[in-house]
Structure formats: structure tokens, C-alpha cells
Design a protein around this ligand. Structure first.
Ligand code: BT5
Length: 253
């Protein structure tokens, strides 16, 4: 089924493997920027690095957007942050729900995970493309017990059901607006906006990546979107990927 949303070409599947995989195929076939893919159910919903995204049929927003950024790839590391900012703003404006960002890709309400962002990129016939995948829990109230971060949904936070399709236009509005800002001005405004929507700065965090573990204080976001971490010995590191757990309010706790 294909129906437009606010002039965007929309491909909707009642069931598919992953909206990001479908959007990737469409990108490879030359679909234009802002083509969107949605689904009621994903049989192989994807998170980062082989993680799976679980979502009951028809309960949540599963959305992928094709982007074709004109800026040099060295700027692309900020896009997961940009998408997160757009989601937080859309939820505040359209649903009056306050949410926060957790580096690198989580949408949170306090310590509960409301949604996640998955960015995938590639190049076909010399044309670079990007797929921005957004999974947002809307009406689901029971989740698998083994999720790393306790999940939540708009329904669990507000005690009422929310429209799913009706979230798409405000989300495309905020995404389009922040994307234009990024295109015109680069990463700095995105990073500033992200920092206004997080409570992680100054907190002690545990970074896990494969078998490696690192504890430090999150000091800042660098110009390339990486996390600036200070270890207990004062060593400064830039973190580009990993699972992050917030341990305490500050280093002395
Ligand atoms: C993410 O990965 O948070 C990115 C999720 C992106 C999903 C969207 S849905 C539309 C598009 N199509 C796709 O196939 N994917 C995108 P990550 O940070 O790796 O988190 C994944 C982890 O979150 C899992 O390992 C579980 O622990 C947990 N999880 C799975 N489903 C969840 C849910 N519905 N709500 C909260 N946590 C969940």
C-alpha cells in the first residue's frame, strides 16, 4: 500500500521483516529523500549491532525515513542525535509528553525506554543514502522481561491510548526542521539542542562494547557527535559506540 503523508511517499506494510530493510531496498532503487516506510508488525525488527526490536502488531510506531544528506560524511555522526531531538520535540508538541535523550540513540522517560533510533547508511551507484529508523512505543503495555532498559510507552506514561499514524506528520515536521538546521549550520546547533534534552552530562556512566567496559563521567558531546568521557584518572576519551548505563549523579557518588 502506498499513500502520501504530508506530500511524502509512504509505503505501509501490515507485516514486514524490518522497515529499515525495506527503506534500504527503496534507497538502493533510487527512492527520493523523505520517502517513508511504516509497518504494523516487524518479524525482524532491528536495533543496533544485532539487537532486536520487539513490538506488538498495531500497537506502536515503526517508521523509517530515507535521507540523502548533502553534507560531507564527517558530519553524519550527529544524525542519530538530530533524530532524537526531533522525536522529543514532536512528542512534546503533539502529545504533551516530556521525554529525554540518552546517548547515543535512546528516547527515555526518566529511566524507562520509550523508543530508539537506528541509522543505517550506504552507497548505491555513487549515491549515498541514509535510513533513519524510529521505533516508538505508543499503546503497548506489556514488554518482554529481558529488555536491558525497562521499556515504557505513551499509554503507560499517560494512562490513555494514543494515535499512531497521527504521530507521523508532527514527527516529519520536527525532523524536517532540524534537518534543515543541520544542513544550513552543521552540527553545533544539533549538539546544543541535544544537550538541552538530556540529563546525562556530568553523570557517571558505564560504557559497554562487546567485552570491554569503561566507567567515567560524561563531560560533553564532541563536534562529531561522539561522547566525551573523563575516566577517574582524568584521561579523556571520545566514545563512538556502546551500551551506556547511567550509574550516578556525579563522580563523587
Ligand atoms: C534501538 O536499538 O533502540 C533502535 C531501535 C530502532 C527500531 C526501529 S523500528 C523501525 C525501524 N525498523 C527497524 O528494524 N528498526 C527501526 P538498541 O539501542 O540496540 O536497543 C535494542 C534493545 O532495546 C534490545 O536489545 C532490547 O533490550 C530493547 N528493546 C527491544 N524492543 C524494545 C521496545 N519495544 N521498547 C524498549 N526496549 C526494547
Amino acid at each position: 500500500m502506498i499513500e502520501p503523508v504530508k506530500g511524502h511517499i509512504r509505503h505501509h506494510f501490515s507485516e514486514t521483516d524490518s522497515t529499515n530493510v525495506r527503506a534500504r531496498f527503496l534507497s538502493e532503487q533510487g527512492s527520493p529523500e523523505w520517502t517513508i516506510v511504516t509497518a504494523d508488525f516487524q518479524s525482524m525488527g532491528r536495533g543496533r549491532r544485532g539487537n532486536i526490536w520487539i513490538s506488538e502488531s498495531g500497537q506502536n510506531l515503526l517508521l523509517s525515513v530515507i535521507l540523502r544528506p548533502q553534507r560531507a560524511m564527517e558530519y553524519w555522526g550527529c544524525i542519530p542525535l538530530l533524530v532524537g531531538v526531533a522525536v522529543v520535540d514532536a512528542l512534546a508538541e503533539a502529545e504533551s509528553v516530556g521525554s529525554q535523550l540518552k546517548w547515543p540513540n535512546d528516547i527515555m522517560v526518566d529511566s524507562r525506554k520509550l523508543g530508539g533510533v537506528l541509522i543505517e547508511t550506504g552507497e548505491t551507484d555513487g549515491q549515498r543514502w541514509m535510513v533513519a529508523g524510529i521505533g516508538l512505543n505508543v499503546n503497548q503495555t506489556v514488554f518482554p522481561p529481558d529488555c536491558k532498559i525497562p521499556p515504557t510507552s505513551l499509554a503507560m506514561e499517560t494512562g490513555k491510548k494514543h494515535g499512531i499514524d497521527s504521530l507521523i506528520p508532527p514527527l516529519l515536521d520536527t525532523l524536517g526542521s532540524w534537518y534543515r538546521t543541520w544542513n544550513d549550520f552543521g552540527n553545533a546547533k544539533i549538539i546544543a539542542a541535544w544537550k538541552e534534552r538530556t540529563n546525562m552530562i556530568g553523570k557517571t556512566v558505564l560504557i559497554q562494547s562487546g567485552t570491554s567496559k569503561l566507567i567515567g563521567t560524561m563531560h560533553d558531546i564532541a563536534a562529531d557527535g561522539s561522547m566525551v568521557l573523563y575516566g577517574k584518572d582524568g584521561t579523556k576519551r571520545n566514545i563512538f559506540a556502546g551500551d551506556v548505563t547511567i550509574l550516578s549523579m556525579n563522580d563523587s557518588e
